[in-house]
Design a binder for this molecule. Structure first.
Ligand code: GDP
Length: 526
């Protein structure tokens, strides 16, 4: 198949949700449809270890499992679907933000009892900022949940986008009878059962079919009324508006009962976009260009601490990848061989050796690849848009044994490159400063410093609470700012100057006094 045909049949997406909304369950069911049952087991295994976050053995184990299941590739209706996993714990949400830059669409899962929850909202902000198209699955209709009209209203208000229901539930909880497919004018009748296949589902043709009212008396009138309301109130579905992130199609169902899931998968194939063009500093890159290009959006330490090898996850942005080809790391001008590229779980072996735009490849390396790196066949390109967020918690790091300071520096540099933590070097000298978005990040770093680098690090809370990257159009003004605020400026992993503040007022005072300095919450790799 030609590159453009391969691109056209690709769908790359991630599921975003609040913990316990049903992401793991839904992932399993989606994989079942594509016949990838062996993968489903490993999704569960991963989940099982996820909750034991204080048990370090478990974290180690999880790292191994999650390399394998962090990208799941499946084939469905002739499409190649890449599902990118996102970390469940909110302390690692920075990682999730970066994963979201590698997808072309997102599937939002909502627990119908809880509506749109905090963590979902934060992730959605990232999608909204990039105009990523979003599909919505309202889960757990087999429970006593909130009124569907209410949920639709909440989705619209919190997401600031129009919700267009594609299916509509008939009842809920004990009297959940099924969903109306509003576009195909038919009803899928609900029958509980976790391992049921949906081919066994009963379908009743026609939403007005009198059989429906005869069988499911209690809720039919209400559901019909709601549908009428919805049809009157919400606009027609517009594919253009969906692709622009202005409309979200909404599906109701119950993931654990594998009910209403197929509709979502079909929508993903029919509606979600194939890989599009990507912005590099130099130019716009088209997915079907013949030359390979890709960007590192995630780095994960591998299982074996002794080897310190890491896997760089690369989203292919153009062209075709073949195992063994030489790729140039544009930042360092170094070439890397790709014989050892990691295969992610896939039902078809041959997909592993050749990959196209939209696919993810995992390249093992010992530090040659960093977050945000662009890989090409020689062209000087730098993709933009990989976000680093200003840390909100800070700790200083010191070591018990000064003889180990070299190892400490190496460890912190490498962990910083992975995005596990942000490392700051104070302008005025002194102990290094670690910045994180969630406290669990510090625990992981201390643990890994000890086990992978043999360093007993002492972490102590620092007085800072916020950081802002500072830039200015006038380099002299920036230098003046740094000199004047020497004790509150530090440099991050790429030597970008950062202003540190202990409380909000300190930041606002600085902003007011230094009009020619820009303060940024987000740094994009460039
Ligand atoms: P995650 O944290 O988002 O990955 O959520 P899980 O998939 O692990 O689901 C959280 C809990 O909700 C588990 O106990 C699931 O069995 C349960 N669950 C998932 N889907 C449904 C559903 O459709 N109905 C009901 N009643 N429970 C569900």
């Amino acid at each position: 198949m030609a590159v453009d045909q391969e691109v056209a049949r690709r769908r790359t997406f991630a599921i975003i949700s609040h913990p316990d909304a049903g992401k793991t369950t839904l992932t399993e069911k989606l994989l079942l449809f594509a016949g990838a049952i062996h993968i489903a087991g490993s999704v569960k295994a991963r989940k099982a270890s996820r909750h034991a976050t204080s048990d370090w053995m478990e974290i180690e184990k999880q790292r191994g499992i999650s390399v394998a299941s962090s990208v799941m590739q499946m084939e469905y209706r002739g499409c190649v679907i890449n599902l990118l996993d996102t970390p469940g714990h909110q302390d690692f949400s920075e990682d999730t933000y970066r994963v979201l830059t590698a997808v072309d669409a997102a599937l939002m899962v909502i627990d119908a009892a809880n509506g749109v929850e905090a963590q979902t909202l934060r992730l959605l902000e990232v999608c909204r900022a990039r105009n990523t198209p979003i599909l919505t699955f309202v889960n757990k209709m087999d429970r006593e949940v909130r009124e569907p009209l209410d949920l639709i209203d909440e989705i619209e208000r919190t997401l600031n986008m129009t919700a267009v229901p594609f299916t509509w539930p008939l009842g809920m909880g004990r009297s959940f009878h099924g969903v109306f497919d509003l576009r195909r004018d038919r009803m899928r009748v609900f029958r509980p059962g976790a391992d049921r296949l949906d081919e066994q589902d009963e379908i009743i043709e026609g939403l007005d079919n009198p059989e429906i009212a005869l069988r499911f008396t209690e809720n039919v009138a209400q559901a019909r009324q709601e549908i009428e309301l919805i049809r009157g109130a919400s606009p027609e579905f517009s594919h253009v508006a969906f692709l622009a992130g202005e409309q979200t199609p909404v599906f109701f169902g119950s993931a654990i009962n594998n009910f209403g899931v197929r509709e979502v998968l079909d929508a993903l194939v029919d509606l979600a976009p194939s890989p599009g063009s990507r912005q590099a500093l130099q130019r716009q890159v088209q997915p079907a260009e013949s030359m390979f290009s890709g960007v590192v959006f995630k780095i994960q330490a591998n299982m074996n601490p002794a080897h310190r090898d890491r896997i760089a996850f690369v989203r292919i942005c153009s062209g075709r990848f073949e195992r063994g080809m030489n790729l140039r790391v544009v930042r360092s001008d170094k070439d890397i061989r790709t014989n050892g590229v990691v295969s992610f779980l896939s039902q078809r072996r041959e997909l592993l050796d050749i990959a196209y735009s939209g696919d993810i490849i995992g390249i093992p390396n010992h530090g040659t690849l960093q977050l945000g790196d662009t890989l090409t066949q020689g062209e000087r390109l730098q993709f933009t848009g990989l976000p680093f967020f200003a840390p909100e918690i800070f700790q200083t790091v010191e070591i018990a044994d000064p003889m180990r300071s070299k190892q400490l520096k190496l460890g912190l540099t490498q962990l910083g490159e992975e995005g596990a933590i942000q490392v700051f070097r104070p302008h005025a000298g002194g102990a290094l400063l670690l910045g994180a978005v969630g406290t669990l990040q510090f625990e992981v770093v201390a643990h890994r410093l000890k086990h992978e680098y043999g360093v007993d690090a002492r972490l102590a809370s620092a007085k800072y609470q916020m950081a802002r990257w500072v830039t200015s159009d006038d380099p002299r003004e920036l230098k003046r700012f740094i000199d004047t605020n020497a004790h509150r400026v530090a440099y991050d992993a790429v030597d970008a100057p950062t202003f540190l503040a202990s409380f909000g007022a300190e930041l606002s005072v600085a902003q007011e006094s230094w009009r020619l300095i820009q303060f940024h919450r987000l740094r994009e790799h460039a």
